[in-house]
Ligand binder design. Structure first.
Ligand code: ASP
Length: 450
């Protein structure tokens, strides 16, 4: 069977849901369907998940959220009406929201996840109902009944290993089309827990791995993954095929087509992922596979992401000091900070972090501790950095890629603060000032694709 996941813009309106159902029905293998919550219909629109977050916030703060609740119900009512469904499904959705709103708000994170999950859960019910109204046998699948168990990290859950057997046993015993809500599952204690934002991609991947799907189709609103961000490069080249590793690096570094955590389950099983467009389903899309034969040059894509900072530490004879790196990193660990890279020299080390994690108080505390406990000569922090990543398996066997990249950046007068080439040689990363990132992407795209 094929697992087909549809993103928020594919479910944003009745018209979009009709397209989704046409796609499902055009291939009898598409039996396990994963849905997001209705997304934006136009640029200024608000996603249902964001409406639900507003709803939860108001309930926590004011003990009431009628206005926000009604905004959610109105979105579903409009969709149901335009799909000519009876009012029954809207009553079901309304009751569901009321029930959620009545639960205890004492644990705010728990309550927030319960509310956020309502978007996907009710969309799955609505899509199943619509398929039934078209005379097709389809059922809504409850993730709790199906055994999708997650860690109890609210808003940031990870799948628990027993989920795979649970899901396989439950889902393979069913016939007809199954509509599974994305984005959430249950903790062992029975609470609703969600993945990070955009996490329905992860749900689809887990399901594809569990049922050992022939392919995991991820339907979104673009024809394919492109070699660079279309907001920076007009008409960038489409990428017909990528390896899991390449996609992982690109999504980590800013390609938002697929959630960066979504590849792990399918990668382990070697299941092909196909990124496709709901609005243009006949376009071939992008295939993500274990090995790639076709190659159009060493670099397949260029990604950029900003919002990083670097803690620079220097100490004479650092290379001779046993345990220096461990001590620095354990100070970060004490502050619950995760780091991205640690480029180093003989007497210095930089630690690159996502700067969102670091408020000024934390920053002061960490710098002081490193200074006092490790007796360093110099330490400072640089904010507003961007990471530019060039990615491609072809780089491994091509001489001169780094020289071409640095040459292109030099010609664009972009100063490189840091270079990092992973041992895998699938990517080279450049740390630069965030204000230079557009110029840098343009220069690299020109060098490798034009
Ligand atoms: N609806 C959720 C979000 O907006 C999850 C998803 O769409 O994948 O983040």
């Amino acid at each position: 069977m094929k697992v087909a996941k549809f993103g928020g813009t594919s479910l944003a309106s009745a018209e979009q849901i009709k397209k989704v159902c046409d796609i499902i029905l055009s291939d009898p293998e598409r039996r396990l369907i994963v849905v997001s919550a209705p997304g934006k219909r136009f640029k200024e629109d608000i996603k249902v998940t964001d409406l639900l977050i507003q709803c939860a916030e108001s309930q926590i703060k004011n003990g009431r959220a009628e206005k926000e609740r009604n905004a959610v119900i109105d979105r579903y009512r409009e969709i149901a009406d335009n799909l000519n469904l009876s009012g029954h499904i809207v009553d079901v959705i309304e009751e569901d929201l009321n029930r959620r709103l009545l639960s205890n708000t004492g644990n705010e994170d728990r309550f927030m996840d319960l509310m956020k999950a309502a978007g996907e859960d009710n969309t799955a019910k609505l899509v199943a109902e619509y398929l039934n109204s078209r005379g097709v046998k389809a059922e809504y699948i409850n993730p709790k009944a199906a055994g999708l168990l997650l860690s109890d990290e609210f808003g940031n859950a990870r799948v628990l290993p027993e989920s795979y057997d649970n899901l396989r046993n439950y889902l393979s015993a069913r016939s007809g089309i199954m509509v599974f809500p994305g984005f959430f599952g249950y903790s062992r204690g029975g609470d609703v827990v969600t993945f990070p934002r955009g996490g329905s991609d992860i749900s689809g991947s887990i399901l594809a791995a569990a049922v050992q799907a022939e392919v995991y189709e991820n339907f979104t609103d673009v024809d394919s993954v492109f070699a660079a961000n279309p907001n920076i490069i007009s008409n960038p080249k489409p990428i017909p095929e990528l390896t899991y590793k390449e996609m992982r690096e690109l999504s980590y570094a800013g390609f938002s087509v697929l959630h960066e955590e979504a590849l792990e389950p399918v990668y382990r099983m070697g299941i092909t992922v196909c990124i496709k467009n709901t609005n243009n389903p006949s376009a071939p899309g992008t295939r993500i596979v274990a090995d790639r034969t076709s190659s159009n040059g060493p670099v397949v894509g260029i990604a950029s992401d900003s919002g990083f900072c670097s803690i620079f530490i220097s100490k004479y004879m650092m290379n001779r000091e046993v345990g220096f790196g461990r001590k620095v990193l354990s100070i970060l660990e004490d502050e619950s900070l995760s780091y991205e890279h640690t480029p180093s020299g003989i007497d210095n080390i930089s630690i690159i972090l996502n700067q969102k994690q670091l408020d000024s108080e934390k920053e002061e505390r960490i710098l002081k501790r490193i200074k006092d406990e490790l007796k360093v000569d110099d330490i400072y922090i640089e904010r507003d950095l961007a990471m530019i990543m060039i990615v491609g398996v072809g780089m491994m066997s091509t001489v001169g890629v780094a020289a071409r990249a640095t040459g292109a950046l030099a010609r664009a007068a972009v100063n490189i603060d840091m270079i990092n080439q992973g041992a895998s040689e699938v990517s080279i990363m450049f740390g630069i000032k965030a204000s230079d990132s557009i110029e840098a992407v343009k220069a690299l795209y020109h060098e490798f694709f034009e």
